[in-house]
Design a protein around this ligand. Sequence first.
Ligand code: GLY
Length: 363
Amino acid sequence: MSNYHEVVLRTKTKEYPIIVGRGVINDLPKFMKGFRNSKKCAVITNNVVRPLYGEFVQKLLSNAGYEAYVIEVPNGEDCKDLRVVERVYDELISYRFDRYSTVIALGGGSTGDLAGFIAATYMRGINYIQVPTTLLAQVDAAIGGKAAINHPKGKNLIGVFYHPQLVLVDVDLLKTHDFRDLRSGLAEIIKYGIIMDSEFFKYVVSNKAKLLDVSSEELLKAVLKCCEFKASIVSKDEFDREGIRAILNFGHTVGHAVETYSNFTLRHGEAVSIGMCYEAKVSAAMGFINKSVADEVCRSLSDLGLPTRIEESAEVSKLLDLMRRDKKSVGGKIAMVLLKDIGSSFLMDSVPEEVVLEVMRSW
Ligand code: GLY
């Protein structure tokens, strides 16, 4: 077995390992020995990841005695569509998948969302494993059991909480990662420091160059730390109802709005970076932090090479409307995660619109 670290995610009903290391993908069949398994597996992957790792994983599994299939879906959000879901169900039925068969999500956050949704609903729930191949999915999306598909009226509107049996985080898989996506993933990494751990924030700031080197020890360490942060948050607030898991949404009220407004030309992490900067400024405008703290947050993001500003021509009224429709919003009020300091945050469910407007206009 390769060297690896194990983080255990424990909720009231579930306990499973998050394995973090390099080359751990090769040990996937060994890690699967621990759960009841009918030897049929489907690797759900997308058209970008399939040529890189799809057949490789299929072979690993068939060499270990599994009847393994690859099911290809579109890359990105396009796969989170009921028509794709139906097609994947059709394939699983044609392969005679039963209640002890296994779905393996091999890809980024969208592939994981789709595969989790399929695993949760096929025969009321079958085994599933997350093998995230993007930095963003490794440090956030693949962990914690959120799975959803989109509706024409909105992102992630149809979904479930359904945990995998195992999350296998192989940092070496990032060697084929597009550089812009890798940098975008750093936004979610530094976010953990900003919302809950000022020491980790300093670590990211002082190792920024090394974190963009996939073979560095610093990146492995940061990914592991983020998996620990995510596991600890999910274990305290599995169903996102206590305002604890909600802090992971720092930067996402403004971020989702600018991401949608850009017609998804911005990467998710880039949009979240812009969002974190604005939401830090809203925190300052509301008197929760000093302006210098907000400036430090924005500077750290731009030092990572991430964007921090909404394009000048953006229509503020449209952005505000998108924020009112954010999933955290209740009764049309703008909800936002705000900062009390670097390393400390909370969810505010009703941020005055005039403050958001003022920050957007003056920045
Ligand atoms: N990605 C946010 C969450 O898992 O709650």
